[in-house]
Design a protein around this ligand. Structure first.
Ligand code: NDP
Length: 481
């Protein structure tokens, strides 16, 4: 059976423990590969390798870093199809999604930061009257830790690694133990691309063992983390007293606000996507849909019909819309929330149960896309993150009311607003408590823009120059002339 090995000091190596964890294919429920079960000893080796690589890598010109990262872009492009299949097998997402979204975005992440690193500049201040000049250097932090989740495995892993490496840092990274395969394949491509040993080290294994060893290591200067709010709290508890820089991209419970004057056709098609893409396992999916009352009945009928027509099936099948849920544990969590919604008085309009997909997937973890109505905005179903193919729909009567509903949760990652009224769009966008607002669109991404959440959705921003700033420290030099 294929083994997923650690990538430390430029080599693929077994974990010190010699132990492995099972890696499951969600569509079949079968173990299909083995994952290095690493611990703090592997992290120690990875940090040593990263420390050894830092002086030379941080002194490498941005052009040289660019050239290596662009080689990586070319290699990911060359292997796009096999990487997409690997991502789909490992995560359960339709292969069509991995091919059109995940892997192209991993290429875009490296491309964006390979070039961005060549466009940074230092500031200088002519201190007139005191005969001095100040200039501000931005220097790479040193060894940094990157920890990513299972929902968009290579996409989010590279979203952290690319700016860290481009900024001149060296990295110890951990993908989710639930979906480690494409990070492993990336390590092979890094070797082929000629990335110097130790610049990137990938250590596999469980979060509480491997992830926490990265966070608590005294020589790791910063942690860039994407995952659940509870894990983010734990990382902050350990990292903050050590004065590490922290970027925490956490959970969400995003509102999707539909005004009666919207472009109905476009709103409907996009809302199906923003609810159920990637089985609803995207931190940006809108899970609470608020519809202005005059449009509510039409929305309910047409949305429910569209959702009921989505095809749940084998992720390999090009016609599949909804693949498998990533793990048995997550499958159980989502089913528990559907039961909770019923016990809170919700009416299931479509879905609401697991699905048996015949053939090779008969033991896989599949859930019918589910639409629920009749719940108040403040019940647990509408307040807690489910992170699966489950949405609720609720009517509203005016702007103030819907803003109060939308902002009533502890999270604040993203929000979507549908209206043809320009003034209202700006007014509502300004009042929403979230880091990202989409007006008349969803997940339209420009990598230059700041990405992140407010409230319990995290601290810090990724994207654009924000990420390069995160991985560097400012130093002001004042020279008396
Ligand atoms: P988790 O928080 O469970 O895990 C995220 C990563 O942290 C994994 O690599 C995990 O390892 C690791 N980890 C777990 N415990 C620790 C620890 N004590 N110290 C350090 N690292 C640890 O999240 P999920 O993987 O379940 O991902 C889903 C969550 O991610 C959802 O809440 C979702 O909203 C959020 N998310 C947020 C995004 C954003 O941009 N804001 C984007 C995508 C997802 P392992 O898996 O091996 O246990």
């Amino acid at each position: 059976m294929q083994k997923i090995l650690n990538y430390i000091g430029g080599e693929l190596v077994e974990p010190v423990s010699g132990e492995n964890l099972d890696n499951f294919e969600p569509a079949t429920g079968d173990v299909y590969s083995l994952i290095a079960d690493s611990d703090e000893r592997d992290i120690e080796r990875a940090v040593e390798a990263a420390k050894a690589a830092f002086p030379a890598w941080s002194a490498t010109s941005p052009e040289a870093r660019h050239d290596i990262l662009m080689r990586l872009v070319g290699l990911i492009g060359r292997d796009l199809d096999s990487l997409a299949v690997a991502e789909s097998v490992d995560n359960g997402k339709p292969v069509s999604v991995a091919r059109s979204v995940d892997i192209p975005r991993a290429m875009a992440n490296f491309k964006f930061y390979a070039t961005a690193a060549m466009h940074t500049a230092n500031e200088s201040h002519d201190t007139v009257g005191q005969n001095a000049i100040n200039y501000t250097l931005r220097q790479p932090l040193g060894v940094v830790g990157c920890i990513s989740p299972w929902n968009l495995p290579l996409y989010l892993f590279t979203w952290k690694i690319a700016p860290a490496i481009a900024a001149g840092c060296t990295v110890v990274a951990k993908p989710s133990e639930v979906t480690p395969m494409t990070a492993y394949l990336l390590s092979k491509l890094c070797i082929e691309a000629g990335l110097p040993p130790g610049v990137l080290n990938i250590v596999h294994g469980r979060g509480p063992k491997v992830g926490s060893a990265i966070v608590s290591h005294k020589d790791v200067k910063a942690i860039s983390f994407t995952g659940g709010t509870k894990t983010g709290q734990e990382i902050a508890r350990v990292g903050a007293p050590m004065f590490k820089k922290l970027s925490l991209e956490l959970g969400g419970k995003n509102p999707n606000i539909v005004f009666a004057d919207c472009n109905f056709g476009e709103m409907l098609a996009t809302t199906v996507r923003s609810s159920f893409s990637n089985q609803g396992e995207i931190c940006l999916c809108g899970s609470r849909i608020f519809v202005e009352r005059p449009l509510y009945a039409r929305f309910k009928t047409e949305f429910t019909a569209r959702v009921a027509a989505l095809k749940v099936g084998d992720p390999n099948d090009p016609d599949t819309d909804i693949g498998a849920i990533v793990s048995k544990q997550h499958f159980d969590k989502i089913m528990t929330y559907i039961d909770l919604a019923k016990s809170e008085g919700g009416t299931i309009l479509t879905g609401g149960s697991s699905v048996r997909v015949d053939g090779r997937c008969e033991s896989g973890w599949f859930i019918d896309p589910t639409v629920i109505e009749g719940l108040p905005h403040n019940c647990r179903t509408n307040q807690e993150e489910i992170f699966g193919p489950v949405v609720t729909i609720m009517p509203f009567d005016n702007e103030d009311e819907v803003l109060a509903y939308a902002n009533s949760v502890r999270y604040g990652l993203s929000a979507t607003v549908w209206t043809e009224n320009l003034s209202r769009a700006h007014r509502v966008a300004a009042k929403l408590e979230s880091g990202i607002v989409w007006v008349n669109c969803w997940m339209l991404r420009d990598l230059r823009t700041p990405f992140g959440g407010v409230k319990d959705s995290g601290i810090g921003r990724e994207g654009g120059f924000e990420a390069l700033r995160f991985f560097t420290e400012e130093k002001n030099v004042c020279v008396k002339l």
